[in-house]
Design a protein around this ligand. Structure first.
Ligand code: CTP
Length: 407
């Protein structure tokens, strides 16, 4: 169990913080909610107190004998402010201590994550940009807002990311505080990243296909992690049915052939490319235009041909010598099989810079929130490292950045 201070500033997105609070509590954390005075205009004190089961104050004078303005920050494992308004960000950047939340921010020893939400003009304003830059320099992880419908008829960047996304960020930072340092440093800023995710489908006829069990979770975690670290991220997703990570456009594809086209186009201008998708290796030589019918009691023979090896094609098409290409090798463990050896052979065969090796199979990896990976490069192996896919995504980006700086 971790101690979290959930700061809530006065914006309409405060209602989403109720759902975030529920999620953090469901994960077993102790959460103290510290709203600002204006946050209570949107969601009242009784709601926060009832949901969290903890007292709720906005000022520094309540329960003064417990010195909450110092203790809450000192004892927290994570301070998460969602939504963080332009005003809260400005007060934090200038070191104001005019309510309980800003006092907590000044006394916290733990990672601090701010999730801004405001109108696009306010987010893009030079004053807010400067304040965010100051906070990031001081090690605060500021999550870029999502784009979409804002209050009223406007849309643009400024939406609070979905509570599930924020809860995932909180869990990752609690498990690995170093992630907040990477997020604050924005060490992927200025880099264009493309990630493929999911599993392709090869249609036999209009209703049936050959597919695989890839859930897209790893690709999603990679995209989310790269975005948090400041990269411009695109996802090419094969048959993944989940909401896009905040700030990441998703291009949907179906087959390995579609994936090859989309990835070739996207990779042409990308600095870092990760092939986390599980493309089908075989496709019907000719798909039927109509539903295949049973004929008597006989079976069905399928004539399959190999698909394009997308990763190998991307390696062959690479024109930017600094571009880093990362592949995955999902292998099934078996007696007498040396997975590391298989991985090394695959790295050499594909010609990519890094190969992320993981063991898959019944109940392993596909659809699971955790995994265990070893990152192979021409110079050696890092791992095995185990953890949530969100946490491992950061390990993969660390290795990818190292590979880029070694060029
Ligand atoms: N890959 C690809 N195009 C394919 C098949 C795989 O780009 N048609 C990529 C995957 O996205 C992954 C890497 O290649 O990054 C390794 O995938 P894997 O299925 O392990 O390798 P295969 O080349 O299919 O070899 P195997 O015979 O072991 O299945």
């Amino acid at each position: 169990m971790s101690r979290i201070v959930l700061g809530v500033a006065g914006g309409i997105a405060a209602y989403k913080a109720c759902e975030l609070l529920r999620r953090l509590l469901a994960e077993g954390h102790e959460v103290r909610v510290v709203p600002t005075e204006s946050a209570l205009t949107f969601v009242g004190e009784a709601t926060w107190a009832a949901l969290s089961g903890q007292p709720v104050h906005t000022g520094v004078w309540a329960d003064a004998h417990e010195v909450p303005h110092v203790r809450l920050g000192q004892q927290a494992d994570l301070v998460l402010v969602a939504p963080a308004t332009a005003d809260l960000i400005a007060r934090a950047a200038t070191g104001r201590a005019d309510d309980l939340l800003t006092n907590v921010l000044l006394t916290a020893h733990c990672p601090v994550v701010l999730a801004p939400a405001m109108h696009t003009e306010m987010w893009r304003h030079a004053a807010t940009r400067a304040n965010v830059a100051i906070l990031r320099q001081r090690g605060v992880m500021v999550v870029d807002p999502d784009s979409g419908r804002l209050t009223g008829p406007d849309s643009g960047p400024g939406r609070l990311p979905e509570p599930a996304e924020l809860a995932a960020i909180a869990s990752t930072v609690l498990a690995e505080p170093e992630v907040a340092v990477r997020g604050a440093a924005q060490d992927l800023a200025g880099l264009s990243v493309v990630v493929s995710a999911g599993g392709t489908r090869e249609h036999l006829d209009p209703v049936r296909f050959l597919g695989n069990s890839s859930s897209g979770l790893t690709g999603w975690a990679l995209a989310r992690a790269a975005r948090l670290r400041g990269a411009e991220v695109r996802l090419v997703a094969a048959n993944v049915d989940r909401p896009a990570p905040a700030g990441v456009p998703v291009q949907a594809v179906t087959s390995t052939a579609d994936l090859a086209v989309a990835m070739t186009e996207a990779a042409a201008t990308a600095d870092l490319v990760v092939m986390a998708a599980a493309p089908a290796d075989f496709t019907p030589a000719a798909a039927s235009d109509t539903k295949i019918k049973k004929s008597g009691s006989g079976g069905l023979e399928l004539d399959l041909v190999q698909t394009t090896d997308v990763l190998a094609a991307l390696v062959a098409a690479r024109t930017d010598p600094r571009q880093v290409l990362v592949g995955f090798a999902a292998e099934t463990p078996a007696a007498g099989v040396d997975l590391l050896e298989l991985g090394r052979a695959k790295l050499a065969r594909k010609g990519c810079d890094l190969l992320v090796l993981n063991a898959v199979g019944h109940g392993l990896v596909f659809g699971q929130p955790t995994s265990e990976i070893t990152v192979l490069s021409a110079v050696g192996a890092e791992g095995p490292v185990a953890g949530t896919k969100d946490r491992l995504a950061h390990v993969i980006w660390d290795a990818t950045l190292r590979a880029r700086s070694a060029r």
